[in-house]
Design a protein around this ligand. Sequence first.
Ligand code: XUL
Ligand code: CO
Length: 433
Amino acid sequence: MTDFFKNIPAITYQGPAATTEFAFRHYNPDEVILGKRMEDHLRFAVAYWHSFAWPGGDPFGGPTLQRPWFGETMALARMKADVAFEMFDILGQPFYCLHDADARPEGATFAESKRNLDEIVDYLGEKQVTHKAKLLWGTANMFSHRRWMAGAATNPDPDVYAYAAATVKANMDATQRLGGQNYVLWGGREGYETLLNTDLKAERQHAGRFLQQVVEYKHKIGFTGTILIEPKPQEPSKHQYDYDVATVYGFLVEFGLEKEVKTNIEQGHAILAGHSFEHEIALAAALGIFGSIDMNRNDYQSGWDTDQFPNNHAEKALAFHEILKAGGYTTGGTNFDAKIRRQSLDPEDLILAHVGGMDTCARALKSAAAMIESGAIEAAIQDRYAGWNTPAARAMLAGGLEEAAARVTTENLEPEPRSGRQERLENLWNRFV
Ligand code: XUL
Ligand code: CO
């Protein structure tokens, strides 16, 4: 036991009337919602990087967070893991997610980094046996070290492509050893700063072949988890190839991977791409590539990826509504890709950030379930499209443009516009939140 979280009790569900901040007011893991336990719906995960590896820097200032496990030794990496599992226990977290670089010190060579990773993976594996939390997904950090500055699989230097292959292979192996349920690829450096030095066509080809190699390797080692791409339009690169869900889908189809790879959708990334979170989820579900989510919120004014903890349950209800409509998660979950603010120094801040985020999501889930149970929104949608249930309407889709056009004269069509009833439906949504 470390003493980092000393005096912080295990957080339990105490209901909205709880008198302490150290309680869940809405997240009640065993409560059954639409026939499933809340914990099994939400499948919460802690992001190792933000909670345990981020030192609190910003573009204008250095670290503000001073943690006793910061430093590049294996002993400190083990202390970090100890503290992490203590937090997972306090929160009752079923899952966590990590990059290699969050958990192990960087070595002087690839071989040394890999040894460090293997050693910490063994340690995490032992901890998983005696604690509840398991790995939701693993990934490789191929964006922080200077070797990745011009990309990983899309780097102009083929030696960096090889390094990326070795890195992803090591991380897929580590994820499989930890029983991870997904493997994520987020390409923060898979993009460009200027077309004046970039062969966009070649870079996209290399990224596509790399992803095919990842999928081939997944099948070779019998990894049963899901491969997920996390879209983001920019930041850190000026332009990123995995811009949004629609772009990723086009890319997957181009490389024959649309049945193999799904998406990990992040609220902040959706906003940067000019979409709502629920739009990205609904589109992924419609395309059959919805996998998992990175839960956070952006600042709506700054235009940065601020990775804040969610605190607006009404807004998130729309996202969970789409997730429930899609049938919920299979291997995915709700990963808090969120960090405390750099002035939030206390261990309590870290715990309460997650408590608030979990309660926000639990309220959102309950509201979304109520929206579904009432059937009113679904009924309004059904009603709006009811005209398409007629044989004449369906025949138009089977026939050609001329047959469809002929209906106008043969049936004397002069369509009357009908109200979209948006405000009435927004009022309805408001009643459920
Ligand atoms: C960056 C981001 C990453 C990915 C994992 O914006 O979201 O943390 O989730 O690499
Ligand atoms: Co993310």
